[in-house]
Write a protein of this length. Structure first.
Length: 455
């Protein structure tokens, strides 16, 4: 969330900066004024509560003095005691009111997006995403096959068995499909570890109150799976970014400890509501997949450079897999609330005849850290302005989509050529560099005709 001080113009804030950012997001500008009004209401109520507490302290001293002078004569302080009772009643009302208003203020504040980086293309529609650079040759599909057919032909998965057991878009990875996934996870983890990242295996579920500090409200209904059981309800994670963002929750970090770089590995769970058609072919868009995630915690001055570095690492990873791609800068109207700027990397998929997203890299500046209360400085010096770390996240490898890209871009008439960097992780006998096709495509099912009943 944004710093509430930024909304207070009379105290040096700049609400116009927030209004302009909201306008560039194609979000409500009026929301900024609603936050300002609610903040004033809260501060007024808080001020009245402080006044009542001051009156109560003053009255308490007055009562004590009179009681000493009259040797405990309560009749001498009857009016003061009545006044005290009235103030106590008002304080109770104000405390309840202050909490209610603060909750309303926070609710509005959390719906205001992060300040947009000035380099983000200002458009509402993603058709205007700006292409930053490209890599590799985009070969057409020609006589080749799309990824879901190729995965079947290498005996790499069982979609129908998965659907029968767990429902739509569930699957069993099998044989070479499993080996490809494990190779990508191990290669990706080693790739980041060699570049100074600390591997983290994260919890697959989070408490609702903690998830609410990192996920947007819309995600709870559209993306996240709820888990019920003993105790509090929990939510399955959609990305390891969510638990890692809370890893240092409430901590005060020494500047010399930054940056912190984590390589998160997790299974991810997403509802993926509304997807249909070719998007749901094979394992391209599924409810469960493994992912290696980059996560960086740094000081504000270096977050821009780390964002560029994070994107370059994801590019280097895709280049090592020999997958053509393009890097795009996402338009302001398509950014989530936490992101100040986001790059997507889209791999070339001959089967679709287009680029498809496989990587997202976001700079969330201090938006997440403020909600998580992750600060930094030499010490908690009284009166020192609170400084919050910047937090960045980026995909290195979502295994299922990367497998799809490898299959389509490395197919041959006889099988799938294994990228050189994955060979040591595949552990194939005799140093084989090909995954052969071992089964034919299933024959299309013919719908049985129902016999017409007699009239």
């Amino acid at each position: 969330m944004l710093d509430i001080a930024l909304f207070r113009e009379e105290k040096g804030g700049n609400p116009d900066l927030i209004r302009e950012s909201q306008r560039r997001r194609f979000e409500s500008v009026e929301l900024v004024d609603e936050v300002i009004a609610k903040d004033k209401e809260w501060r007024d109520a808080r001020g009245e509560l402080d006044d009542c507490n001051a009156q109560m302290n003053k009255l308490g001293k007055e009562i004590s003095k009179i009681m000493r002078e009259t040797k405990g004569n309560k009749e001498a302080v009857a009016s003061q005691l009545e006044q005290k009772a009235n103030i106590e009643k008002r304080i109770a009302e104000l405390k309840e009111n202050v909490v209610t208003i603060k909750n309303e203020l926070d609710s509005k504040l959390h719906t205001v997006g992060n300040l947009i980086d000035e380099t983000v293309p200002c458009f509402e529609d993603e058709e205007h995403n700006r292409v930053e650079r490209t890599f590799g040759e985009c070969t057409p599909l020609g006589e080749g096959r799309p990824h879901h057919e190729l995965l079947w032909m290498i005996d790499g998965y069982e979609p129908e068995r998965g659907v029968a057991i767990a429902g739509a878009r569930q699957y069993f990875l099998k044989g070479m499909g499993v080996l490809l996934q494990m190779a990508l996870v191990n290669y990706g983890t080693n790739f980041l570890a060699a570049r100074g990242y600390t591997p983290l295996q994260v919890p697959f579920m989070m408490r609702k109150d903690i998830m609410a500090e990192t996920a947007e409200l819309a995600q709870f209904d559209e993306e996240l799976y709820k888990v019920s059981g003993d105790g509090d309800d929990k939510y399955l994670i959609a990305t390891s970014e969510q638990p890692i963002s809370a890893y240092h929750r409430g901590e005060w970090m020494a500047p010399k400890s930054l940056p912190l770089k984590y390589a998160g590995h997790s299974t991810c769970f997403r509802k993926e509501a509304g997807s249909s058609g070719r998007e749901t072919w094979g394992i391209f868009r599924v409810h469960q997949f493994d992912k290696i995630e980059q996560f960086i915690i740094c000081d504000p001055e270096s977050s821009h450079d780390h964002h560029e570095e994070m994107c370059k690492l994801s590019e280097e990873f895709l280049q090592s897999l020999e997958i053509p791609y393009q890097v795009i800068s996402i338009v302001s109207g398509a950014l989530n609330k936490a992101a100040a700027k986001k790059y997507d990397i889209e791999a070339w998929f001959p089967g679709y005849g287009q680029y498809k997203e496989v990587v997202s890299c976001s700079n969330c500046t201090d938006y997440q850290a403020r909600r998580m209360q992750i600060r930094y400085g030499e010490s908690k010096v009284t009166g020192q302005a609170q400084q919050y770390v910047h937090m960045l996240n980026g995909t290195l490898c979502a295994t299922t989509r990367t497998i799809c890209a490898i299959l389509e871009n490395h197919q041959t008439p006889d099988g799938i050529r294994i990228p050189e960097v994955l060979k040591p992780y595949m552990h194939l006998p005799n140093g084989e560099d090909m995954i052969p096709f071992t089964r034919d495509l299933p024959k299309p099912k013919v719908a049985s005709k129902k016999k017409k009943g007699k009239k």
